[in-house]
Design a binder for this molecule. Structure first.
Ligand code: HEC
Length: 386
């Protein structure tokens, strides 16, 4: 019969599929962009939630700063243009400055600030946030475009249950509580609760101020943040909210003293005490952090660096001839799984400062080798001779 008709159909089909493929290719880049945008939106929303649950108690509902928000006075505003890589609000984004800000913010969240009331959040350092959550928060702060969402969470409350690190708790109210009660009797094991945690009872947030495990009671504040105090009956729904939030009754314990503290000059971090420069240097890696933010070496002589990797994961230490890892590498140890001790010989260096990092954990394990004469190190002068 009509073989030629069949051929015509086949030709038409082939033609149509070519056209369709072409159209798809033209359309696809848009789709990829849209995908990225959706992903960013999701990241920002999660981060707004995380910020609201963990950070606003000090930094303010929309990052306006503790002083402006009447929260913790010394907590700086985080909605600043410099943290978004801009010279001024509404200005152009400078990508290098933004990358630098990203590092600073991630590192600050992960490590906290020693000696300041900025807690340590990174799980590797004993905190409560995982790397993904810290990346989300860092993106949120360096994008700076979703502060409204954080305010929204603060004002409207949170999605109902269990999301983003909140835990159902294995206990319930043992007694109904009135609007003004600050002692809450709970049934069940309350050993998981601590000062600084919050209970969420129905829609009210109650920061825990004291725990008395023996009597099964906690002392709480009422109507935390923008929530309203209310009476709660025995069948109230209870959630434990993420640790580390709420203005703690005690200064938060910094569980891990060493966490790089590798801030750029003027970054506002704790000032490391300089050691006297030496030709033999030692540094320890523990908890995905170096124990020193700076090493102090003598100029013009070969230096020996001993790196004690106490972690059961892979690290190394590599020195760069500049202020970050984009500079040429001077020398580095092999990446090896610890615990083990590595030794590295550095040829004589001129006075100056040289960046170092663990190449496996850039942004988390880094610092500067400061090469100079003893008199250049302020602490050496201040230390009385023995
Ligand atoms: C208990 C109060 C408190 C909480 C909670 C808190 N911070 Fe902070 N934060 C501070 C203080 C105080 C500083 C200033 C530290 C300093 O002076 O070096 C700070 C500094 C920072 C900085 C550095 C800003 C800069 O310009 O150098 C960032 C970023 C930051 N906090 C983010 C967060 C995030 C994100 C959270 C929530 C996961 C959070 N903070 C929770 C008190 C807090």
């Amino acid at each position: 019969m009509n073989t030629s008709k069949q051929i015509n159909i086949i030709v038409a089909l082939i033609f149509m599929s070519i056209v369709a493929t072409g159209a798809y290719w033209m359309w696809d880049p848009d789709r990829a962009d849209r995908g990225k945008e959706e992903q960013l939106d999701a990241t920002l929303e999660r981060a707004a939630y995380l910020f609201s649950a963990n950070c606003r108690s000090c930094h303010g509902d929309s990052g306006e700063g503790g002083s402006a928000a009447n929260r913790l006075k010394v907590a700086p505003p985080l909605n600043r243009p410099d943290l978004q890589g801009k010279a001024a609000a509404g200005g152009e984004v400078d990508n290098a400055a933004k990358a630098q800000a990203y590092k600073l913010v991630f590192n600050t969240i992960s490590c906290g600030r020693i000696g300041k009331s900025m807690p340590t959040w990174g799980q590797a350092n004993g905190g409560t946030l995982n790397d993904e959550q810290m990346r989300q928060l860092t993106t949120f702060i360096t994008e700076g475009s979703a502060w409204d969402e954080a305010r929204h969470f603060a004002e409207e409350g949170y999605p109902p249950s269990g999301i983003h690190g909140d835990a159902e708790v294995p206990f319930a109210l043992a007694q109904a509580i009135g609007v003004a009660d600050t002692t809450v009797k709970l049934s069940g094991d309350i050993s998981a609760l601590g000062i600084g945690d919050r209970l969420e009872i129905d829609d009210e947030l109650l920061p825990i101020e004291a725990v008395d495990a023996a009597s099964g009671t906690v002392t709480v504040g009422r109507g935390f943040g923008t929530t309203q105090p209310a009476a709660h009956s025995l069948d109230a729904k209870l959630l434990k909210r993420t640790i580390g939030s709420g203005v703690p009754a005690e200064p938060p314990a910094i569980t891990q003293p060493a966490c790089g503290q590798n801030l750029p000059a003027g970054g506002g971090g704790a000032t490391p005490t300089p050691e006297a420069p030496s030709a033999t240097l030692s540094i320890t890696g523990l908890g995905t952090a170096f124990d020193k933010a700076n090493l102090y070496g003598l100029p013009g002589v070969p230096l020996t660096v001993t790196f004690d990797n106490q972690d059961a994961i892979a690290h190394n230490i590599a020195f760069y001839n500049g202020e970050d890892a984009t500079a040429d590498v001077i020398a580095g140890t092999d990446i090896e799984v610890g615990p083990l001790v590595q030794t590295l010989e550095l040829a004589a260096l001129d006075a100056g400062s040289y960046f170092y990092q663990c190449d496996v954990h850039p942004g988390l394990m880094e610092g500067f080798l400061v090469v100079g004469e003893a008199s250049a190190a302020p602490a050496a002068e201040a230390t009385p001779a023995p």
